[in-house]
Design a protein around this ligand. Sequence first.
Ligand code: NAD
Length: 285
Amino acid sequence: MTIDIRKVTVLGTGVLGSQIAFQTAFSGFTVTAYDIDDKALAAAKERLGKLAAVYATQVPGGGDGKAERTAAGIALSSDLAQAVQDADLVIEAIPEVLSIKQDTYEQLGKLAPERTIFATNSSTLLPSDLKDFTGRPDKFLALHFANQVWHFNTAEVMGTADTDPQVYQAVVDFATKIGMVPIELHKEKAGYVLNSLLVPLLDAAMNLAAGGYADPEAVDQTWQIGTGAPAGPFRILDVIGLTTPYNILVHGDDTSKKLAQWLKENYIDKGKLGIATGEGFYKYS
Ligand code: NAD
């Protein structure tokens, strides 16, 4: 059985969904993007227009009108049945709320053709949390992109014990075709590969600074000189934005809660949220 992926539907046109839809269409696939209502679709149009400007100037091959044509070529729909009726692959990038995702998979399982593969972009849920709602656990897995897909082009591929190996391979091949570097996980792991490495590093860096052992600049300098990495953990935190780690830490154990408090008092309450606000651990012009 060869699995031929040509038509792709992306559910959710927010930060990640719009990027996944754009990158997939830019790579020559037929793309439909679904969101809940006309208001969300108007926002999607605006996001895709902004992405066209980014691709036109920053992505090789995006000039000569290709980026604008890509945005215009993505079909937008708020009718789930119509959006998935002929999809080979559905990539789900809707809010990170278990009940919303479960409801959506229940509907999707009934509406999509039997051949359609479903992939979730969820960052924190495991595909096992969702597979029973899909009605097709053999054709379901996680395909996890990073924000700014055109630049940070990893796609982590993670199935469950039920995922058909041929489906898994087809999704790995698809990721390569859309310009991603597929990162294959052999079994389920919260945080995939990237966050399994990154989160402990960022926590260790914050513990050093919050504990008064070393300044953020010194921590970054050590990491950069010691490992040859282009950026240190505090520079990375500024790119992510400080509210994301805060929201995770505040729900953790006592040590994590102390770190959350340190972030809040010294940075967040002072409007220092990272690059987006012009200042975090560093100042940006
Ligand atoms: P977002 O809030 O920017 O976008 C979510 C979109 O889903 C919105 O357009 C919203 O209108 C739409 N939506 C709401 N309810 C829906 C429903 N029932 N059906 C279909 N669409 C619905 O969220 P995001 O940051 O793009 O995250 C989406 C998914 O991608 C999450 O699972 C998240 O974990 C994952 N993810 C996010 C990032 C990131 O950096 N933002 C990175 C990797 C993975």
